[in-house]
Ligand binder design. Structure first.
Ligand code: HEC
Length: 129
């Protein structure tokens, strides 16, 4: 009986720790610039280039090449919501080229939010309205 109590107490603590950790992770994926940069390198750089200049190794045979994410003139004409939607649903669903694939099945919402912030850092710009 005593052992059983101890067991459940330990389980309870473990579950509490696990949920605190999960919430912590959800925050960091959208807030932590290193996670966003790693995701950009991992999921986006093959086309967009590691620095976001649109010079990834896959673009040579693409009919529509990605814009330069460091170009403040272009990127300030896109709202954060539009960037989120393009990353999530892909280009074709948002009036852009289908060469931009959807990422909603491979990235969490928080990770996509992190990527929008990363792009804002690359262009050093905000939505101009
Ligand atoms: C297979 C190649 C490919 C991959 C991988 C890819 N993209 Fe793209 N992306 C494109 C192309 C091509 C376009 C240009 C579409 C257009 O201009 O019509 C584009 C356009 C975009 C745009 C719109 C830019 C603008 O001009 O407003 C955003 C934002 C974007 N991509 C973000 C990302 C992010 C973030 C990732 C990684 C999660 C990613 N892309 C992965 C090919 C890719």
């Amino acid at each position: 009986m005593i052992m059983e109590k101890g067991f459940w107490r330990a389980q309870g603590k473990r579950m509490l720790l696990a949920s605190v950790f999960a919430v912590g992770q959800a925050c960091t994926a959208s807030e932590d610039p290193h996670i966003a940069q790693n995701n950009y390198w991992h999921y986006c750089s093959s086309c967009h280039g590691r620095e976001g200049k649109g010079d990834g190794m896959m673009v040579t045979d693409m009919p529509v090449r990605p814009n330069d994410h460091t170009d403040a003139t272009i990127m300030s004409s896109r709202s954060d919501e539009l960037l989120f939607k393009i990353i999530s649903e892909g280009g074709a669903a948002n009036g852009f080229d289908e060469g931009m694939p959807p990422h909603k099945t491979m990235l969490k919402k928080e990770e996509i939010e992190g990527l929008v912030k990363h792009i804002r850092k690359l262009c050093n710009c905000k939505y101009a309205g």
